[in-house]
Design a protein around this ligand. Structure first.
Ligand code: CO
Length: 147
């Protein structure tokens, strides 16, 4: 799939919840997103970045690609960390972004089963970055100067 680049308007829209995860369109979109993420050497990808304004993210940091439908961050640690981020929709743009060090996430897997887990460090950072995409938020909105 083609990665949608800034300043496309779809990247600024709030994405819709997925009602039927078992729908064949969603089931074929998931592996397409995973392969697009891998092909572009991304560690995460959100559906709006491939032109679908729905709440679906994929992350490539663990042994297996992680797929989360309707992800929701239930808790953000007060402790934050500043780290460099880039984005496949903003080629060549890198900057420092402050993110919670730990989060608690809830969502559904590709079968529609509820999942709930904690994440920290880079994993938590990527999840926060991808959920931002679902709310139309990009890293350029969040760049900070490192003190
Ligand atoms: Co991004």
């Amino acid at each position: 799939m083609e990665i949608i680049k800034y300043p496309s308007q779809i990247l600024r829209k709030k994405a819709e919840d997925i009602r039927d995860i078992r729908d064949s369109k969603i089931q074929s979109l998931i592996p397409d997103m995973v392969s697009t993420m891998k092909k572009n050497k991304g560690i995460g990808l959100a559906a709006p970045q491939v032109g679908r304004s729905i709440r679906l993210i994929v992350v490539n940091l663990k042994h297996e690609p992680l797929v989360i439908c309707n992800p929701k961050i239930l808790w953000f640690s007060r402790k934050e960390e500043i780290g460099e981020e880039g984005c496949l929709s903003l080629p060549g743009v890198y900057g420092q972004v402050a993110r919670s060090f730990k989060i608690k996430m809830e969502g559904q897997d590709k079968f529609g089963k509820k999942v709930k887990f904690k994440a920290e460090g880079l994993f938590a950072r990527v999840l926060q970055h991808e959920v931002d995409h679902l709310d139309g938020v990009l890293i350029i909105d969040k760049f900070v100067r490192k003190h």
